[in-house]
Design a protein around this ligand. Structure first.
Ligand SMILES: CC(C)(COP(=O)(O)OP(=O)(O)OC[C@H]1O[C@@H](n2cnc3c(N)ncnc32)[C@H](O)[C@@H]1OP(=O)(O)O)[C@@H](O)C(=O)NCCC(=O)NCCS
Length: 328
């Protein structure tokens, strides 16, 4: 029992910002950004994150030829939703009119879509018929635009897939290393509590360095080192689980955090770069949305075709990683 993608959709906001624009707000250059990350432009959304989720989800439904009522589970992945509660999935369910769907969010950071696929696979094995998986992120809402080492790396966007069960196999490998939690985080603002005499701040506990509330704080190099090991390892492990030689994969869609990370994984795996679907130059790191956006773009431009074997591989804050193989 595995998953079949019935339709895909994505949304990138209209506002496109190039590297040169960042030189007006921080001490940086187009040359530095391109050399260190491979990013040329990113998109920023002026509005709630759920709007992008709705657009990507609706596009995926249309692509699948289905109505909102046909969906029995909406699963959203995000680290940058608009509300702590309700879930983004519930907001989307209401706006879409998907009245037969249960709805919830998960947070597995930039590996959210891969973790989401794994969960969807389990739900489909337990009686759910059609699931809408949406990854939507407004990283610009949690980006510190005075921090040059992070603000140039992120963008906004959303991607989605409609999934149903099939006999074609699905394999996944997930992992987490919470010891790296303090290398990439955004903390909740402290709420003064009149009943506590001396309130401890979250910022100074358990190894987390002081940071601006609600803003991403990252130690770039430890995350880089984790990524260049975790990505190739996750691809090798999921291929071993599937009993599939890596060369038999038609496409690999990696998380788009940094072109150098992807290139290092490519050489470690000794696979041709042409098998890797990359859009980081245009849309930067949109966290969990990167993979489904790239998937949708490659489906729509004809690179990905029915029957092909796809491997998705992600990593992110947590630290977490995950990979999956399925047939498109
Ligand atoms: C963030 C990252 C691009 C930085 O690249 P790097 O080669 O490691 O660069 P360093 O952090 O060593 O910084 C080198 C210098 O560039 C500077 N620098 C950082 N950002 C800069 C910018 N935007 N423009 C110009 N200079 C910058 C640093 O201040 C440092 O200067 P110094 O040597 O005078 O101290 C890289 O570490 C990375 O991609 N890490 C992983 C991030 C990631 O994947 N995050 C998302 C996970 S889902």
């Amino acid at each position: 029992m595995g998953i079949r993608i019935l339709g895909t959709g994505s949304y990138l906001p209209e506002t496109v910002v190039d590297n040169q624009a960042f030189t007006a707000i921080v001490d940086t250059s187009d040359e530095w950004i391109v050399k260190h990350s491979g990013i040329h432009t990113r998109h920023f959304h002026d509005g709630p994150t759920y709007e992008m989720a709705l657009k990507a989800g609706t596009a995926a439904l249309e692509n699948a030829g289905l109505q909102p009522e046909d969906i029995d589970l909406i699963l959203c992945t995000t680290v940058s939703g608009d509300y702590d509660t309700p879930s983004m999935a519930c907001v989307v369910q209401g706006l879409m009119g998907a009245k037969n769907a249960v709805a919830m969010d998960i947070n597995a950071a930039c590996a959210g879509f891969v973790y989401g696929l794994d969960m969807v696979n389990m739900y489909l094995q337990h009686g759910y018929r059609r699931v809408l998986l949406i990854s939507a992120e407004s990283l610009s809402k949690i980006t510190d635009f005075t921090d040059r080492s992070t603000c140039v790396l992120f963008g906004d966007g959303a991607g989605a897939a409609v999934l149903e069960g099939t006999d074609a196999p699905f394999y996944s490998v997930l992992g987490a290393d919470g010891k790296g939690a303090c290398t990439l985080f955004a903390r909740r603002p402290d709420n003064p509590n009149p009943f506590l005499k001396k309130q401890r701040t979250i910022a100074e506990s358990d190894g987390f360095s002081p940071s601006k509330p609600g803003m991403l704080c990252m130690a770039g190099q430890p995350v880089y080192k984790f990524a260049v090991t975790a990505m190739p390892q996750a691809v090798r492990e999921v291929c071993a689980k599937a009993g599939l030689p890596m060369e038999d994969l038609d496409w690999i869609i990696p998380h788009q955090a940094n072109l150098r990370i992807i290139q290092t994984a490519v050489s470690a795996l000794k696979l041709p770069m042409e098998k890797f679907i990359c859009n980081i130059a245009d849309s930067a790191n949109t966290s969990s949305a990167c993979i489904p956006i790239a998937l949708d773009q490659a489906v729509r431009d004809g690179r990905i075709r029915r029957g092909q074997k796809i491997c998705v591989v992600g990593f992110g804050a947590g630290l977490v990683y995950g990979s999956a193989i399925f047939e498109y």
